[in-house]
Write a protein that binds this ligand. Structure first.
Ligand SMILES: [Fe+2]
Length: 459
């Protein structure tokens, strides 16, 4: 039919269709949206219970008079809009320099039904985004999967885009996306956050993010007076991510450490920059580390979930050349071991490296209590591995971009690491066994058969 001219088609078509074609042809096109009013950078996160709430941020160039968001249960019938409920949004206006500005918004959907698919849109009542889709968590510990990526950081639009889009294509049913820090190279630079959003496209509007800040996310402009005295992330972090306000008692660092429970897993996002980054003032670091340890102990000790996963940027067992965070390890690893943290997801080293099960700085028996530490990278910046800490690693790979899919059920937690060509390069699983687990290593299985290409092994 596509080869027919409209006149040919009209001769064949019955009356009602002809009418419909005629009326469509004469309909006035929709008025174009006012410049600068179209929502962009739409990012889903949570501030509350993932089974009953969802949060969203977005922005426009020109501040909206009445920013708002609408949500409705997903239905294949497109005439669902009258059933949508509307919530107001907060607005923050930011000066971007060079005479440019932006308005950032946050809205929270509450009172949602668990395990239910919704669609939502953001706008001002006149100009709207498309209807995006999300799904609430179940209140039960039912099986689910999520994506984990390490540092996106460099050439984000140019080269990180391929990682995250391959990851999404591999796991479109991932319930969320864990970012292990260094999402951008300069946390203060709005243009880089624009690249980050461009690379994700609609993915950030449909797969919620669980981010933790890396050292680069804290970067302030060169010469800025607060550069070494505050560990608070510059404004773009808070504008793009609204996150649970259940972190340590550090009012100037909202959304940098927090936890949330998802279908039987406690996720703890811990900002470890104060432990690892020595360029910050000692008093500023001690203030933060003391509060974080106090909070972490509480969040780990009072935890009814089957599994516990920590997300942090710098590695407890660092593997990039010249790196070692002994003080951070001394402060945190005993807590992770004592309270049966199952898995620590990290970045910072720009390689893939994953330990066996570790306790007290030793590889332990697969059924003994212990913790598995993973490091990965999704952006294009590449480092070399070192001999220090390589003895703990089940797998180390350099010079590739990766994504990881983690499958969780009450009985089993399995991480599979992929190079972005889709090849399985590593994997392991944990079978729940009381408070601890049984570790099954798949790093040398045929499906994870890529040669280890790590400098540390050649040293
Ligand atoms: Fe880093």
């Amino acid at each position: 039919m596509s080869n027919f001219t409209r006149r040919q088609f009209a001769r064949l078509a019955p009356g009602p269709l002809l009418l419909s074609l005629a009326s469509r042809g004469s309909a006035a096109p929709a008025a174009p949206a006012a410049p600068g009013a179209v929502p962009s950078r739409i990012v889903l996160t949570w501030t509350g219970d993932p089974a009953r709430t969802q949060a969203v941020t977005w922005r426009t160039e020109v501040a909206a008079a009445s920013p708002q968001a609408q949500v409705a249960k997903f239905t294949p019938d497109p005439k669902f809009e009258p059933s949508a409920s509307t919530v107001g949004a907060t607005c923050e206006k930011d000066d971007l320099g060079d005479g440019r500005s932006a308005a950032h918004y946050a809205a929270r959907f509450e009172g949602l039904s668990p395990d239910t698919t919704y669609c939502y849109r953001v706008g001002d009542g006149q100009v709207w985004s498309e209807w995006n889709v999300f799904r609430t968590a179940s209140t039960k510990p039912e099986p689910f999967r999520f994506l984990y990526v390490g540092d996106e950081q460099n050439a984000i639009k140019s080269l990180w885009s391929r990682s995250i889009r391959r990851a999404y294509a591999a796991a479109p049913d991932a319930r969320f996306l864990v970012h292990a820090g260094d999402l951008v190279a300069e946390g203060y630079d709005d243009r880089l956050w624009g690249e980050w959003s461009d690379a994700l496209g609609f993915i950030s509007a449909t797969v919620p993010s669980i981010p933790v800040p890396g050292n680069h996310d804290l970067h302030r402009p060169a010469g800025s007076p607060e550069a070494n005295t505050t560990l608070a992330a510059p404004w773009p972090w808070r504008r793009h991510f609204v996150l649970p306000a259940n972190g340590p008692n550090l009012d100037d660092m909202p959304g940098q450490s927090y936890y949330l429970d998802y279908q039987g897993v406690r996720f703890i996002a811990l900002d470890v920059n104060a432990f690892a980054e020595e360029n910050f003032e000692a008093t500023a670091r001690k203030r933060v580390t003391d509060k974080e340890v106090e909070w972490l102990t509480k969040v780990l000790s009072d935890n009814p979930n089957h599994w516990t996963i920590v997300v942090q940027h710098q590695g407890i067992y660092a593997i990039a050349q010249g790196r070692e965070y002994a003080a951070m390890r001394a402060a945190l690893a005993p807590l992770y071991e004592k309270y049966h943290v199952d898995l620590v997801l990290q970045g910072h080293d720009h390689v893939y490296a994953r330990t066996h099960k570790i306790a007290r700085d030793r590889i332990v028996d697969p059924s003994a209590p212990g913790v598995i530490y993973a490091i990965s990278v999704s952006g294009p910046k590449m480092y070399k591995t070192q001999k220090v800490n390589s003895q703990y690693m089940a797998k180390m790979i350099e010079n590739e971009q990766f994504y990881q899919i983690v499958d969780v059920s009450p009985e089993r937690l399995a991480l599979t690491a992929y190079s972005i060509d889709g090849a399985v390069v590593d994997g392991f699983e944990l079978r729940k066994n009381g408070a601890s687990s049984i570790y099954i290593d798949h790093s040398s299985s045929k499906s994870a058969g890529r040669n280890i290409t790590a400098t540390a092994l050649r040293a």
